[in-house]
Structures are given as structure tokens and as C-alpha cells.
Design a protein around this ligand. Structure first.
Ligand code: NOJ
Length: 566
């Protein structure tokens, strides 16, 4: 095993709350995951990433942690966790934890102490500021900056006890930790070492490129029609971010082998990503960038923009080229914050199976480590939310309130966007079988199961050799057996085509051609060498084999392989 073993790996993300409920309380748990480890091993994935399972008031479904070194009773106990970890390792897989240290819960003892008095030793562990000069503390507009929080409302909460405000880039129950304070950093590193000593294999680091803030905290620019400004210029890839991540590497990862670290980094640029993932700089192995999942988002968040395939290709092309020589990409369509990709970029009705497989093929054949989000391997779709009452996500509810009550949007226009883009689309329970609660729970699920589980479910998919599940299994197998998938150079073809996504991968004498049809039309790929390619070995496709002139049927994907002469 090389130290860059993760280049050949496929990661599978589990959102524990929605995966499998063994104790019938309607919320998924660790025992539920243990019961499905053979399913995951059968899919051929190498690493499991667990979204947070730590004690938490669950304001943001566990991304608000009140104890970093324990398991929430909702999910189980440390003993059950050890059993899970052993079960994962016994099947030759690894387990990566979610690390949420841009903020803690307001119920974490660190924050409880911090807010208790201005001279508490932990006061400076969070970002406390007085009201804006000349304004009455606690009144609207008196917040220290004009920044909005990601979940609606201002990014500051007034705390009467000490007459000051604390910063929360997310909910008011998620106060931001002050990484300027070395005691905070040492406490986080100690906690990380504790988990590694327990046997976990790495971390997915939540919004980690936001931990370094410009201590001046200047106002942001207020877009017209919006209630709050965007402060991100002061905290995305902030002044000391590389110093902090390098320090973390030295304090936590140095001298330990076989780990995976991936930083979630909204707004990260290619140039910054090269710095974050250059192995010589010792920061993180790879980052989650957001450009491709923002490709169908315009300046107005409440207007749905159709995807331009040329835009998507330009984005991926830029990232593939940028990290070609130094650093490494992570590849994802889905996670617990994104709508289901088959509904977003595919066709979730007539061509659901074909388009889900096509999307998986195109993604997994890029250079980088692919991530599969639970249910993606089944082609799970967005959910039929009727009204705002059907949503549970703090982001959807907070943004709805701001848009409707503060910005004068109509409820229907906001709902249209939430139905298409809301995070709860990803969070409906995993569809295990066709039974009433999809085999997820025998109780009442915390979020309604998608009624289409009678057709789309794991039991049916495992039994059907032509399912999306078996296609994802083949994609993992191809990565494990074809070195060109892992290490091959990437060349984008047909950048101006709005229907076909085509590229080649090349390693030594092996060349792969990948084409995905992002449309329901039949399209011929006008590429150089088409006749020769059509005669090459067809390694993988998702429908009937194409004709001999590279004409692809609706939502078809093909992967060809040929050997070049020296
Ligand atoms: C990113 C996580 O993926 C998301 O679910 C969460 O709400 C925010 N960070 C805040 O932790």
C-alpha cells in the first residue's frame, strides 16, 4: 500500500441519521450501519465516511457538536462504534470521520464557559465582539458586521449575559471557534489524535477553509434586494489557513500511515487547491470544491438556472488541468447537502436508470478520488415535497423565512427552488426494500421516505444485474483493475458540445475514451479517430452497445480502451 492509496479508492458517504434504523426510533444508528456492511463491501467501495455521530443537540443534524469524543445516544455508544470500526476493517475497508471544528455547538462546555463571563479563560476561544459603534446592543442593525449566516438571519447573536455578540457563520447554535487562539488548535489536535488512536482512518473536514478569519472582520458588500451581506472574503481561504492546516498535519498526521484527509472547501479556487493538496506542503490529501455544483446557480438564489453542459465541462476541465501535475481532485455529484444528481443533471423519469449510470460513469472516469453518497448507487431521486412543512432542514427553513418575510419573495417561487435544490432531497431515508418504510425503520421516520421506494430500492437493485448498483460496482472494479483510470492523463474533447461529455485518459500505452450523452437524443460523437475508437474494446456501457460510428443513444455512456503502439 503506497501512502497515496486513496488514488485508487472509492469512498462511500453514510449520513447515519438516514441510513438504517435498528432501534425503531425513526432515526438511523450505528447498529443499522453494522447490519449493512456486507452490502457496502459487495459494492466494492474502499472507504466509508460517516457524517457526524457525536453528541449534539441536532440543530443542524449533528454538524453542531457538544462533545467531540463520544457518540450521541441517538446513534449508539463508543462500544458500538468500536464494533462498527472492527466490522469495517474486517471487510478490508477503512472508516473516515467527519471533523467539524470551524464551529462547535453552543452547548459544548467550551462555549458554555466562554459565554459565562468576559474574563473566563475560554472567552477568547470564540469570536466575541461589541455592538456596532453608536448603536444600542441587541437592536436590529447593531450587529458587529452586516454578514448573513448560511442558514438565514445575521451571522451574529447577541448574548445578554455579557452584552456582546458571538459570530456564527451557520446557525446561532453553531458558534465559530477562534483558531487564532493556540489553545483551541491544540485542543482540536488532541481530539483528532484520540480518534486516530482508536483506529479511525482519517477525516473529512467540514468547511475547513473557513477556520482562518481576518481578525478585522470588515463589513461585506450588500447585494441589492438581499437582507444581509456576504462576508466570505474575510474567511474563505483566510490569511493563516495554510499555516493552520500544515500545523495540524504536523501535530496529528505526521508519522501515521494509511490515512485519508479531505477538506470541504466552499469557494476554493484551483490555485488555492494546488497549495492545499501539494503533498510537499503537508496540508490535506484532497479538497471538495464546489464550482460544478454551483454551475446551475445564478446571482439570484431564487431563480433556477438550467445546466449548460459546456459550463460543467469547462469547470471540470479547469480542475483536471489545474491539479494534473501537483495535488489531487476529489470527485462527487452528491452528498448530504446536494439534491440528487439523477434529478438535477439526469432524467429521473423515463431514463432514470440510464442517466444515473451515465452520470456515475462520467464522474468516476475523471482523474481523482470518487465519492458515492448513500442511495446514489440506486439512482435515488429528489423527493416530492409539497409544502414547507415537509422540510426538516434548518437551511431550507431559515432561507425560506428570510426570502418570504424579509425579501418579499412569494412562497411558491421559493418552494420551487427548495424542491429542486433543498438538502432534504439527499436526506430522505435510504431505500432498502419495497416495504412500507423502505426497510429503513419499523417506526416513524424523521423525514418521510420517498414513495418511489417501491420501485427504487437496494433489494431490487442487488437482484438485477442491469441495475445502477451493479454499474457502480463495475465502476469501482474498473478503478481497481485499470491503472489508466487512476493515473492516466486527462484530455477534454468536444468542449463546445451541449449534449456530449467526452474525454480521454492516457497512461503509457493505454488510452481510454469516455463519452456520456447528457440528452435524450441520439447523437454521433464527432471526434478524431472515431472509426478506430468504435472498433476498440468496449470496456463499459450502460445500454445496448453503440453502433460502429460512435453514435450514442439517449443518456448512453461508453468507455473504450485501446493500446497505442510505441
Ligand atoms: C457543511 C456540511 O456539509 C453541512 O451539512 C453543514 O450544515 C455545514 N457545513 C455546517 O457545519
Amino acid at each position: 500500500m503506497t501512502d497515496q492509496w486513496w488514488k485508487q479508492a472509492v469512498v462511500y458517504q453514510i449520513y447515519p441519521r438516514s441510513f438504517a434504523d435498528a432501534d425503531s426510533d425513526g432515526v438511523g444508528d450505528l447498529r443499522g450501519i453494522i447490519g449493512h456492511l456486507d452490502y457496502l463491501a459487495g459494492l466494492g467501495v474502499d472507504v466509508l465516511w460517516l457524517s457526524p455521530i457525536y453528541p449534539s443537540p441536532q440543530d443542524d443534524n449533528g454538524y453542531d457538536i457538544s462533545d467531540y469524543q463520544n457518540v450521541d445516544p441517538l446513534f449508539g455508544s463508543l462500544e458500538t462504534f468500536d464494533e462498527l470500526l472492527a466490522g469495517v476493517h474486517a471487510r478490508g475497508m477503512k472508516l473516515v470521520m467527519d471533523l467539524v471544528v470551524n464551529h462547535s455547538s453552543d452547548e459544548h462546555p467550551w462555549f458554555v464557559e466562554s459565554r459565562s463571563s468576559t474574563d473566563n479563560p475560554k472567552r477568547d476561544w470564540y469570536w466575541w465582539r461589541p455592538a456596532r459603534a453608536g448603536l444600542e446592543p441587541g437592536t436590529p442593525g447593531a450587529e458587529p458586521t452586516n454578514w448573513g449566516s448560511a442558514f438565514g438571519g445575521p451571522a451574529w447573536e447577541y448574548d445578554e449575559q455579557t452584552g456582546a455578540y458571538y459570530l456564527h457563520l451557520f446557525s446561532k447554535k453553531q458558534p465559530d471557534l477562534n483558531w487564532e487562539n493556540p489553545e483551541v488548535r491544540q485542543a482540536v489536535y488532541a481530539m483528532m489524535r484520540w480518534w486516530l488512536d482508536r483506529g479511525v482512518d482519517g477525516f473529512r473536514m467540514d468547511v475547513i477553509n473557513m477556520i482562518s478569519k481576518d481578525p478585522a472582520l470588515p463589513d461585506g458588500k450588500l447585494p441589492t434586494g438581499r437582507a444581509y451581506a456576504d462576508g466570505s472574503a474575510s474567511y474563505i481561504d483566510g490569511p493563516r489557513i495554510h499555516e493552520f492546516l500544515h500545523e495540524m498535519h504536523g501535530e496529528v498526521f505526521q508519522g501515521r500511515a494509511g490515512l485519508l484527509t479531505v477538506g470541504e472547501m466552499p469557494g476554493v479556487t484551483v490555485d488555492e487547491a494546488i497549495r492545499y493538496t501539494d503533498p510537499a506542503r503537508e496540508e490535506v490529501d484532497m479538497v471538495f470544491q464546489f464550482d460544478h455544483v454551483w454551475a446551475d446557480r445564478g446571482p439570484d438564489p431564487w431563480l433556477l438556472m438550467p445546466l449548460q453542459l459546456t459550463t460543467l465541462k469547462a469547470i471540470f476541465g479547469r480542475w483536471q488541468a489545474g491539479l494534473a501535475d501537483v495535488g489531487w481532485n476529489s470527485l462527487y455529484w452528491n452528498n448530504h447537502d446536494q439534491p440528487r444528481v439523477v434529478s438535477r443533471f439526469g432524467d429521473d423519469s423515463a431514463y432514470r436508470v440510464e442517466s444515473a449510470k451515465m452520470l456515475g460513469t462520467v464522474l468516476h472516469l475523471h482523474r481523482g478520488t470518487p465519492y458515492v453518497y448513500q442511495g446514489e448507487e440506486l439512482g435515488m431521486t429528489n423527493a416530492p415535497f409539497r409544502s414547507i412543512e415537509d422540510f426538516r432542514d434548518i437551511e431550507a427553513l431559515g432561507q425560506y423565512t428570510d426570502a418570504v418575510t424579509k425579501e418579499g419573495r412569494s412562497p411558491e417561487e421559493v418552494l420551487t427552488v427548495l424542491r429542486a435544490r433543498g438538502r432534504d432531497n439527499a436526506r430522505t431515508p435510504m431505500q432498502w426494500d419495497a416495504s412500507p418504510q423502505a426497510g429503513f425503520t419499523t417506526g416513524t421516520p424523521w423525514l418521510a421516505v420517498n414513495p418511489n421506494h417501491t420501485e427504487i430500492n437496494a433489494a431490487a437493485a442487488v437482484a438485477d444485474p442491469n441495475s445502477v448498483y451493479h454499474h457502480y460496482r463495475k465502476l469501482a472494479e474498473l478503478r481497481h483493475t485499470e491503472p489508466a483510470v487512476v493515473d492516466g492523463d486527462f484530455t477534454m474533447l468536444l468542449p463546445n458540445d451541449e449534449r456530449l461529455y467526452a474525454f480521454t485518459r492516457r497512461l503509457d500505452q493505454t488510452e481510454l475514451l469516455v463519452i456520456g450523452n447528457f440528452s435524450a437524443e441520439t447523437v454521433r460523437a464527432e471526434i478524431d479517430d472515431a472509426a478506430a475508437w468504435a472498433a476498440a474494446e468496449l470496456v463499459l456501457t450502460n445500454t445496448a452497445a453503440p453502433t460502429d460510428d460512435l453514435t450514442l443513444g439517449p443518456w448512453q455512456a461508453v468507455v473504450y480502451r485501446r493500446m497505442l503502439s510505441r
